[in-house]
Ligand binder design. Sequence first.
Ligand code: ADP
Ligand code: MG
Length: 261
Amino acid sequence: MARIFCIANQKGGVGKTTTTVNLAAGLAQIGKRVLVVDLDPQGNATMGSGVDKRALELSIYDVLLENTSIAEARQAGTKAGYDVLGANRDLAGAEVELVALERRDKRLKGALRAVDADYDFVLIDCPPSLSLLTLNGLCSAHGVVVPMQCEYFALEGLSDLVNTIKQVHANLNPDLEIIGLLRVMFDPRITLQQQVSEQLKAHFGDKVFNTVIPRNVRLAEAPSYGLPGVVFDPASKGAVAFVEFAKEMSTRLGASAAAVA
Ligand code: ADP
Ligand code: MG
């Protein structure tokens, strides 16, 4: 059975897409079968995985409107080491079209069921909003990974996301939980970042992942080569941190599965 996770934070530019593609590549490297679902009309996770969003014949848009299946629409075996269900600007229209349809928040969940046996992990890259698209992600997932920068307003923005996750948990998807908060673009030389990092740990305890992703220019350069940093420059500090994070995720989930059993 696939474990399904949303990478979500309603702020833009906080590192969601970078986390999605590099966690996917890190998990692939440790032998996991991974599908990345791009739920953002900007299609950055698609391009950053080496799939040309402009050339997509079928995309997540067609899946959400139930014109096709994920098995038909996915790009199998990218250079990055995982499969991709791509997105492009068509997806921006889906929001409006979905509103009038039944089961509008459960479309992705239904579609993922059919490929459940093909993957160990499904990672959903969410758009920077708490929209119907994000809701489709949250209704499909077992958990949410929240990348965040350790900046002054970081905690404030978090409460909206935490409330949304609580509401989805209570009303739509009882499986949903926050798996953890991931500190990204971290620069230990900046005192404020250290302070916010400490506050996060004080507030959220072991919900804060041990792994910290440093600010590293190789992670920012990689998308222009159509590769995750983990594949583009495996020796870079950012890549090493993401492989470490993939192992931490994998271990953490193994431990929680054992606790349930
Ligand atoms: P989001 O998906 O939340 O909008 P992105 O993952 O696209 O955020 O990241 C925003 C920008 O920051 C991108 O240009 C990305 O390359 C860059 N970036 C993300 N993580 C890092 C990092 N750890 N070090 C340096 N640059 C980063
Ligand atoms: Mg993004």
